[in-house]
Design a protein around this ligand. Structure first.
Ligand SMILES: O=C(O)c1[nH]c(=O)[nH]c(=O)c1Cl
Length: 312
């Protein structure tokens, strides 16, 4: 069994990669991802200039996942673009993802112009779903703004791109969002980002676990699995087949990854598990996914991608 997969013209030798924001802030972290069994990597969502993000504690592991309110700390777009340009020279066989998360439409368009005018030849992930910048509502939950941002973007942007979406919980929202996304030359939709604005409590002190926003933060890990599966499946059923799915959320073992692929995912991103286990998680996930595929008699990802059955 092999785990190679593709998005558009880009080939990957393994279906697993990191979720943006996890172990991908610095060159050293990115290099460690590149040296792991992951098929590729994505950089931390960038803003135009370096950000320190929210005050700590801003991340906490939970019994069934994690809570984070990092606040978009990052080294700034130039840092990650420089990394990407060096990387593609050294590893032409491994296309990577550059994630951007402008805090305004103007910032997103300015960063898109910078990337468009560069020699970057990988894929760009426009993060429309950061839940943790105080005072900044998620673009992904504002359909008019999403339509506006994508319209202005694709007026000039020609490099391969996709969007990172928040979880939706209503079928009418899947319909509305898919109708918007189908209007644009997107190569992929990455679903889901963390479950926005969760809250967890320290039992010793009756205090919110993390500091920012009175303890409100995005929830990841096993808590997110059923929502991630539904979002990937809903968009796979609604999007133009030219737009492929990246599945993110709740991957703790090979079977969780298998399920996201059944739902329609062409790549599987790992967040909380990677944060807690380290890049060795990719070695275990690869072994476990191969084992599930063997049991089911599948040799390739394309044998079962999107083949979720329903009861008739
Ligand atoms: O707080 C963050 O940096 C953050 N945290 C998330 O869980 N998702 C995001 O997209 C971002 Cl940008």
């Amino acid at each position: 069994t092999d785990l190679h997969t593709s998005i558009d013209k880009f080939q990957f030798n393994n279906v697993f990669m990191n979720a943006s924001g996890v172990r991908c802030y610095t060159k050293d972290e990115l290099d460690e991802l590149a040296q792991s069994d992951a098929g590729t990597l994505v950089t931390k969502s960038a803003t135009q200039t370096k950000r320190l993000g929210n005050p700590s504690p801003r991340y906490a592991p939970l019994e069934l996942g994690s809570i984070n309110s990092m606040g978009l700390p990052n080294e700034g777009l130039e840092y990650y673009l420089d990394y990407a340009l060096d990387f593609q020279k050294a590893h032409p066989e491994k296309p990577i993802f550059l994630s951007v998360a402008g805090l305004s439409m103007e910032e997103n368009l300015a960063m898109a112009h910078t990337i468009e005018n560069s020699d970057f030849n990988g894929l760009v992930e426009f993060n429309l779903s950061c839940p943790n910048v105080p005072g900044k509502p998620q673009t992904g939950y504002d359909f008019d703004r999403t339509q506006e941002v994508l319209t202005n973007l694709f007026d000039f942007f020609t490099k391969p791109a996709g969007v990172k979406l928040p979880p939706y919980f209503d079928l009418a929202q899947f319909d509305q969002m898919a109708t918007i996304l189908n209007q644009f030359p997107l190569k992929f939709v990455n679903s889901i980002n963390s479950l926005g604005n969760g809250l967890m409590i320290d039992p010793e002190t009756d205090t919110a676990l993390i500091k920012p926003k009175g303890g409100f933060g995005g929830i990841g890990g096993a808590y997110a699995k059923p929502i991630a599966l539904a979002n990937v499946r809903a968009f796979a059923q609604r999007l133009d087949p030219k737009i492929q799915l990246i599945g993110t959320g709740g991957v703790t073992n090979g079977r969780d990854a298998y399920d996201l692929i059944l739902a329609g995912a062409s790549l599987v991103q790992v967040g909380t598990l990677l944060q807690e286990e380290g890049t060795v998680a990719f070695t275990r996930l690869t072994r476990e996914l191969r084992a599930v595929m063997q049991t089911k008699g599948y040799n390739a990802i394309s044998d079962f991608r999107g083949q979720l059955k329903v009861l008739s």
